[in-house]
Design a protein around this ligand. Structure first.
Ligand SMILES: C[S@@+](CC[C@H](N)C(=O)[O-])C[C@H]1O[C@@H](n2cnc3c(N)ncnc32)[C@H](O)[C@@H]1O
Length: 234
């Protein structure tokens, strides 16, 4: 249900209140946030799910009805909802927050939903299982650690796709995360685990709620990058 008390400033203050917390506290924050998460993100012009689903759709070849999708850090199920509009039908979701998983369950779109806190426990027991692995809005410092990216690749079937978004944050830890992530993506390619299909800059990821960290574009938005990799066949 929509909550009229939510305004852009209320949401910004709410987000600022959890800017410097550890992972466990962040997950508790998402538990509390779950019910108004989508409403609040719409107020902030959060467009990552839309941009990522369009990005995958433009670069994906395969039968959308048949493929099995793993939605990592699925949150309320926003990405999966958009994918169903494009004909994708089979989904498994994973998130660290019970509250967010409860919202995702309400969509009725997932075959299975699992509570997994990446970085502290393994993604899933399944390897070579998914045709598409999506992760949107969670590859950043303080959220899903770079070490979990390998697990996304292991979860994909040989020849399957791994589609990832990263928000650009200008803080020192944000810049460090970016460098670490891009190093790992390249290392995994060098190891023959996957091949890079395409990367694309994101346009206006969402309103910059971190006012002290102005983006290079010098406007009120955050930006980011989308990456698509294809797992090796052998
Ligand atoms: C910004 S939301 C993105 C949700 C959804 N993908 C979307 O784009 O709307 C970030 C999500 O990542 C989850 N998350 C953050 N760190 C995580 C971790 N280490 N393991 C599992 N989930 C995590 C949060 O619980 C939250 O649901």
């Amino acid at each position: 249900m929509s909550d009229d008390s939510r305004t852009e400033n209320v949401v910004k203050t709410f987000i600022e209140s959890c800017s410097d917390v550890d992972l466990q506290q962040r997950i508790k924050f998402y538990d509390q946030w779950a019910e108004t998460y989508e409403q609040d993100h719409k107020l902030l012009g959060y467009s990552a799910p839309h941009q990522m689903v369009d990005f995958l759709n433009a670069n994906f070849s395969g039968s959308r009805e048949e493929v099995l999708v793993l939605d990592v850090a699925c949150g309320s199920g926003w990405v999966t909802k958009l994918m169903t509009e494009l004909g994708f039908r089979k989904f498994v979701g994973v998130d660290g927050s019970k509250g967010m998983l409860e919202q995702a369950a309400k969509t009725g779109l997932y075959q299975d939903l699992r509570q997994v806190l990446l970085g502290t426990e393994p993604l899933l027991g399944q390897t070579d299982a998914f045709d598409v692995v999506m992760i949107v809005g969670a590859l950043r410092d303080g959220f899903v650690p770079v070490s979990a990216v390998r697990e996304l690749c292991y979860a994909a079937k040989p020849g399957g796709y791994v589609c990832m978004s990263r928000v650009d944050l200008k803080s020192e830890s944000g810049a460090k995360y970016k460098a670490c992530l891009e190093k790992e993506l390249q290392l995994m390619e060098d190891e023959g685990l996957w091949t890079h299909v395409i990367s694309q800059e994101m346009n206006r990821y969402m309103i910059n709620v971190y006012n002290d960290r102005k983006d290079q574009h010098d406007d009120q938005y955050l930006y980011g990058t989308m990456y698509l990799y294809r797992k090796a066949l052998h």
